[in-house]
Design a protein around this ligand. Sequence first.
Ligand SMILES: *Cc1c(COP(=O)(O)O)cnc(C)c1O
Length: 356
Amino acid sequence: MTTLTAPLSIERIAKSRISEVDFQHLEFGKFIADHMAIASYANDRWGEPKIVPYGDLQMSPAMLALHYGQAIFEGMKAFKMNDGSINIFRPHKHYERLRKSLDRMCMPDIPEDMFIQSLHTLIHLDRAWVPDSEGSSLYIRPVVFASESRLGVKVSDQYLFIIMNTPVGAYLNKPYRLKVEDIYVRTAEGGTGFAKCAGNYGGAFYPTQLAKQQGYDQVLWTDHKDHQYIDEVGMMNVMLMIEGKLVTPKLNSAILDGVTRDSILILAKEMGIETVERRISVDELADGLKSGKITEMFGAGTAAVVAPIALINIHGKDIQIPVAGAQSFQQKVKQKLLGIRMGVLPDVHGWNYIIK
Ligand SMILES: *Cc1c(COP(=O)(O)O)cnc(C)c1O
């Protein structure tokens, strides 16, 4: 844990908006919690972060982030534990990734204390916004972007760092129908795929929309060279059970290093399951599904934890994927992860950041 230095200045909202929220029917991102943390960077340094009511910002139309895309974010979750404490899941791991994203986009580093202290103070203040029904959580969105007003193509000299939060319900989407992408790419090796930078998502919308028009929910991204190896599914990492082993694409600069992926790999080993990180070809996927060697395929990410995949279109042909029952690896590991987060199972890895 980080030592907290001086407390952050807090400007409280005049009247909480929490009564507007229907906690029984939460829609992702519809309501943003009362407060946000904000800090600005200028003259080669970060100013003191503070907590203010969530609300609009003033900005210049020449703000550099809008033109040249220096904008990165994170996504993590806080849970209400069974004893009423609040648990932020692996914030230090998310912080490490935030730093990598900042570095790749030529944006200034954020000190760990500043990140953790802003997060802690904000979540503590808005703790009533952390839902407590099973599977629900407070989704935490840190974002950093270039705020300097100037039209020349340049690395910005000014930035804003903001953390905002939205309550989210249990993930109830039906199993995904996927299409293997063999025309477009999300990113390329050497590009920005490993960073959570805004442009990666804007660029992914078009191929995803085409897939949706064809009746699929998401695309399975493949390598940029010849679309032969699988990378990720939509905005999640992809995992397979192949002959009893958990197999996932080995990280490279085109693949986002997911915290959920990492957690599942660690838990699988504890469950006595061999894990393999290597390249997985589209041909192996097609053959493995036909022969029955592949028994499970799912997405892994903070939003869904585990997202079952029901069907995959490979080169124009739909192939069914076995239904993941309660005894499937993905359901068992999901329960295990939820158990750790809720404080029902021991947190042997120190993943929980608990706010009493
Ligand atoms: C955020 C994200 C993931 C999942 O990462 P988690 O840390 O598990 O939430 C995977 N792929 C992409 C492209 C992402 O943006």
